[in-house]
Design a protein around this ligand. Structure first.
Ligand SMILES: Nc1ncnc2c1ncn2[C@@H]1O[C@H](COP(=O)(O)OP(=O)(O)OP(=O)(O)O)[C@@H](O)[C@H]1O
Length: 287
């Protein structure tokens, strides 16, 4: 599957939510990382056919999606940030309702619901009320509904928001299994979700998107600008406030090893260090 986005723009009154976005997605789990309000949801809603762009082109395996949204809508599964189903109906009933809305026939629905419940490991919960599910189970139900109709491309908007650390780790493993035979676009503002789970990534900020070939390329955005400075706790005030402090650790001599972001060498004995993904991200976001 290949998804190619070219020159995609969308404004809400004066706010340019997407600004000439280009993006190419072809396999595995693709991460879209950006701060709140960056434009992630707008991009996903356009791809899901829920919002029309002002300009641009989207090709799905070489075919123009925007000219033929009715045909493509069901090739794309979408788990929105606020996925909700009536709490008083069962998991099975929830999926059946969504299957009806997707236009899947009765016999096909029965088969697919059984299949997706196995895939998301919710078969034992099929007759449970939606309101009785844990946070992680609700996200899995959200993915299950996105999988109905067997789309080749699934988008999940901020899927780990609100999950506790254990559920978040479990959910990452689960997304990997979902991506075994599909392409998954995962939007998040949590760097850990991307670093530990994605095969490709793009950053989004103020409606602009930059695609990276690998994590090293993102780390290199901060190359030569991240320094290690060793100071005593008493001298920390000399650099605090003057430079952007990225992290501090106490070393074996009880001094502070401080990572500092600076265009110039912050002190005589400062050494440049290999930037992390977070530091590359902060550099691009603040550029
Ligand atoms: N329907 C709308 N009307 C007006 N402005 C909107 C609308 N939808 C989004 N925006 C604005 O467009 C920008 C991008 O919003 P979007 O929801 O796409 O960002 P996001 O990256 O998904 O953020 P978040 O993670 O906070 O949901 C924001 O400034 C937002 O306020």
């Amino acid at each position: 599957m290949r998804l190619k986005i070219e020159g995609l723009s969308k404004s809400y009154k004066k706010k340019r939510a997407l600004d000439s976005v280009n993006l190419f997605i072809s396999n595995g789990i693709y991460g879209l990382l950006g701060p709140n309000g960056a434009g992630k949801t707008t991009l996903m809603r356009i791809l899901a056919g829920l919002v029309a762009p002002d300009e641009g082109k989207i090709e799905f395996d070489g075919e123009d999606i925007l000219k033929n949204m009715d045909k493509f809508r069901y090739k794309i599964g979408y788990l929105p940030q606020e996925f909700g189903c009536y709490k008083s109906i069962t998991v099975e009933e929830c999926l059946d309702t969504i299957g009806v809305l997707k236009g899947i026939s009765t016999s096909e629905r029965k088969k697919q619901i059984e299949q997706v419940l196995v895939e998301v490991n919710l078969s034992n919960e099929a007759r449970k009320k939606v309101g009785a599910l844990s946070g992680g189970m609700k996200r899995r139900l959200g993915i299950a509904q996105a999988m109905l109709g067997n789309p080749a491309f699934i988008m999940v908007d901020e899927p780990t928001a609100g999950l506790d650390p254990e559920e978040r780790i479990r959910f990452r493993g689960f997304i990997r299994r979902v991506a075994a035979n599909r392409v998954v676009l995962l939007s998040t503002h949590i760097i850990e979700d991307i670093k530990n789970n994605c095969d490709g990534l793009a950053l989004i900020n103020n409606g602009k998107v930059k695609q990276f070939d690998n994590f090293e390329e993102l780390e290199n955005m901060a190359k030569g600008k991240v320094w290690k400075v060793i100071v005593s706790s008493d001298d920390f005030y000399k650099i605090d406030g003057k430079y952007k402090i990225l992290s501090t650790n106490t070393n074996a001599d009880n001094d502070l090893e401080v990572r500092v972001y600076s265009e110039e060498k912050p002190s005589e004995d400062a050494e440049t260090v290999q930037p992390t993904v977070e530091e590359g991200y902060l550099t691009w976001i603040n550029a």
